[in-house]
Structures are given as structure tokens and as C-alpha cells.
Design a protein around this ligand. Structure first.
Ligand SMILES: Cc1cc2nc3c(=O)[nH]c(=O)nc-3n(C[C@H](O)[C@H](O)[C@H](O)COP(=O)(O)OP(=O)(O)OC[C@H]3O[C@@H](n4cnc5c(N)ncnc54)[C@H](O)[C@@H]3O)c2cc1C
Length: 300
């Protein structure tokens, strides 16, 4: 049996995680600064021949080494037992686990691009505010080793952007952490799709080239430094939206995303089933803490 986008894997393969994902060893091939906030890290290596990105907002789990480690420490990389085995290791030794987006995938050679939003790593940032992934990305160099838990099939559950067939137009809103996903969505959409997109970034120099078509209307918003507030909510409140049936995709800081969703559902009257939303990070909370909260809620 084969599935769309299958790359050399059978769905009953015991190396698969949740039937769709697999661990891939990879290393940094090159890095490129895209602006003050974003840095593009290209990963490569023969195992990536088995990775099959579904494009759009395809996310994956990234395992990183701690400073001083040569490679991320993962005990058991086959099947479903990996999470418990990883959790059982001391926190300061086991690989750092974070969620990221595949911005692009290429073949010959097998490579993926991941755009990291750096936070807390600048010379003026207060010490201790950078998370481990941001710190790792700021210092990444060719040859650095990582592990990806990513899709073995292009048709997989880690793609969230799925507009229903009766969609008339698409609304997108993102901050810098979800800009890679938004870029992947624009790459995927037919040129005649009616798109209204709002993207919030910290600096004017973070604005980047994205696919451009007459019906793609993209508005860049630069966050005012220091106040922590997001200009996205205000921009959406005053926006002149097209008529017809929308599909909305919202991603970024969790509090902002929640406010945007509430506005679209309550004030604009968008059917909540047509709003795909995802908190990519939460102010003041690390991804470990978010994962622990989600686990506690699921087992309560
Ligand atoms: C599905 C999904 C896809 C994602 N894709 C991407 C992607 O492609 N690129 C990307 O850059 N991020 C992406 N993210 C967000 C990224 O996983 C988080 O920003 C993550 O918290 C970064 O880890 P860290 O170790 O740097 O910080 P953590 O240790 O998790 O957090 C440390 C502190 O930094 C704060 N923090 C975290 N991120 C930011 C930020 N961007 N700005 C300011 N403060 C922050 C936290 O609130 C916390 O107080 C994605 C998240 C999800 C869920």
C-alpha cells in the first residue's frame, strides 16, 4: 500500500512514530541571516531522503544538543516508546525539544530550510531571556548535528492549513515565528486565490519577499519596540474584508492568536470551524512548560 508523497516507507514500518513520522539525523549545511530577527538554517544529510514535507505550515519536532554536547541525546528512536524514554533522562542532558516549520525542502541534495526567529540573543537583550533553541540557532555553524522527528509522508497530520473546498477567500495572520509557515502557505496556494495576509515583525528589515499575485494582498506590521503589544488585532479590526466565505489561518503568540480568533468569530461572524489557529509560543512560558500544561490537561 502506498500513500501520497510516500518516500520509501511502508505505513506498518516499526520505525514510524504515530504511523506517519520518523527520526532523521541531519546536520547544518549553511546559515543565512534573513534580517535582524530571522536566520535561515539549511539542514542536510542522506537520511533526509526519507523526509516528505507536505508543504504549507508543515511542522516537525527538532532535537538540539545542549552547549558542550556533540549531538542531541535521544535514548530510543524507534516506535512509540521514545517520548517516555526521552522524558526519563535528566533534563540537562536529554535533547532540547522544540517545534519548528519546514520552510522549504529540496532534493539532490536532500535539504530542508528552517527559519528561526531569534529572541533574547541580541547585544541589547537582557541576559537569560533567550530560550535554548534561539541560542542554538544564533550560534549554529556548518556540521552542527541535530535530529528531526518529521513526516515520512507528505499527507500527514502536522499540516494544519486545510481550507474547505467552498472557500472564497483566505485570511492569514502571523508573527515572525509563523512567517515561515505563512510563506509555505503562499507558495502552495494557486495564484488566483483571494488572500488577505497580515504579518507582524519586530523590525522593518525583517520584511521579506513573498509570492506576489494581484489577488494576494499582504500587509506588513512592525511591532513597536518595548510595549509587548501586537498590532495584528487592531489591523484586523479596521480591515476592509472581502465578501464571500472565508477560511482563516492564525498563528503566533498564543494570547494574540486567541484574541484574533475571538474577534473573527464573535465580531466578524466567521464560522469557528473555518478558523485554524495555533499558539506557536506564549509570552513568559517555555515550550517545556507548555507541553507539561497540555499533558496535565489531557490526563486531568
Ligand atoms: C507548530 C509550531 C511551529 C513553529 N514554527 C516555528 C518556526 O518555523 N520558526 C520559529 O522561529 N518558531 C517557530 N515556532 C515557535 C517556537 O517553537 C517557539 O518560539 C519556541 O518557544 C522557541 O524555543 P526557545 O528554546 O527559543 O524558547 P523557550 O525556551 O521555549 O522559551 C523561553 C522564553 O522565551 C519566550 N519566547 C519564545 N519564543 C519567543 C519569540 N519568538 N519571541 C519572544 N519571546 C519568545 C517564551 O515565552 C519564554 O519566556 C513554532 C511553534 C509551533 C508550535
Amino acid at each position: 500500500m502506498t500513500r501520497e508523497g510516500e518516500v520509501g516507507a511502508a505505513p506498518d514500518d516499526p520505525g514510524l512514530v504515530s504511523g506517519q513520522f520518523r527520526f532523521f539525523d541531519a546536520q547544518v549545511v549553511r546559515t543565512r541571516r534573513l534580517g535582524p530577527t530571522l536566520t535561515r538554517i539549511t539542514f542536510g544529510g542522506p537520511p533526509l531522503a526519507g523526509l516528505a514535507s507536505g508543504g504549507r505550515d508543515q511542522s516537525f519536532s527538532l532535537f538540539l544538543p545542549h552547549p558542550g554536547q556533540e549531538a542531541p541525546l535521544l535514548p530510543d528512536r524507534t516506535g512509540e516508546g521514545w517520548y517516555r524514554a526521552w522524558q526519563a533522562l535528566p533534563e540537562d542532558e536529554r535533547a532540547v525539544l522544540r517545534s519548528y516549520t519546514i520552510r522549504a525542502q529540496r532534493r539532490n541534495p536532500d535539504e530542508v530550510d528552517v527559519d528561526f526567529a531569534l529572541h533574547g540573543t541580541g547585544p541589547d537583550d537582557p541576559p537569560g531571556t533567550a530560550g535554548p533553541a534561539s541560542r542554538w540557532a544564533a550560534g549554529a555553524a556548518p556540521g552542527d548535528r541535530v535530529v528531526l522527528l518529521g513526516p515520512a509522508f507528505a499527507d500527514n497530520r502536522s499540516v494544519g492549513f486545510r481550507p474547505p473546498a467552498d472557500t472564497d477567500w483566505v485570511l492569514l495572520a502571523a508573527d515572525e515565528t509563523a512567517l515561515p509557515a505563512l510563506g509555505g502557505i503562499l507558495d502552495h496556494l494557486p495564484a488566483d486565490t483571494v488572500v488577505r495576509a497580515w504579518i507582524e515583525v519586530p523590525h522593518p528589515q525583517d520584511i521579506q519577499a513573498l509570492p506576489s499575485h494581484p489577488d494576494f494582498r499582504i500587509t506588513w506590521l512592525v511591532r513597536r519596540s518595548g510595549d509587548g503589544g501586537s498590532p495584528l488585532a487592531e489591523a484586523l479590526r479596521t480591515a476592509d474584508l472581502p465578501g464571500g466565505t472565508p477560511y482563516a489561518w492564525l498563528a503566533g503568540e498564543a494570547g494574540t492568536v486567541r484574541a484574533l480568533r475571538r474577534h473573527l468569530v464573535r465580531e466578524v461572524g466567521v464560522d469557528r470551524a473555518r478558523v485554524e489557529f495555533s499558539g506557536y509560543w506564549r509570552r513568559g512560558t517555555s515550550e517545556e512548560q507548555l507541553r507539561a500544561e497540555a499533558l496535565a490537561a489531557a490526563t486531568a
